[in-house]
Design a protein around this ligand. Sequence first.
Ligand SMILES: [Zn+2]
Length: 185
Amino acid sequence: MFSELSIKGLKVPCVFVKTQRRRMRLEFRGSKLYVIAPNGADVERFIENNKEWIYRNYLRQKFYEEEAKKLNLYTRSEKELSQTLARFIAKASKELGVTPLKVKIKRMKSRWGSCNAKSRSVNFNAFLKYLPDELIEYVVYHELLHLKVPSHNERFNTILNAKYNQKIVRSKLRIYWFAIQSFEE
Ligand SMILES: [Zn+2]
């Protein structure tokens, strides 16, 4: 069911989804709000209680969406992406003193990369092919660093912050994420 919510003067597009779970939750996909709730739940009250969160996040999502429209996406072939990745993997391996055993490129729905430190395997999102080199390099470095430090703890961030301004990089990655989502729909 699709509708529009009026939140503090904003019109927020909204989709209602039924769930078997007992807990209600809200999430944004793009600038659309998904209200996920079981049968008989007091959805109206839930929305009312969370309207500050909805308002704030809607504006944020909208901002990213607008920024995404301004981007020029890179056009790399899959082969070029794997070459670019290989280059940055070699560089990061040298810097960090770790080497992944397995590297896979695949389509992922929620992240740019992932790492399994135990099996020493890393996955990279095939959609990285639309990103500029500097962002691909960050994703590679981030995932390879997980081979050394599996979680996002202080040590992990200290090493990463020495090389990158994470706030800026992550915001750029988010904008590209938005661009690619609209691209794929
Ligand atoms: Zn990570």
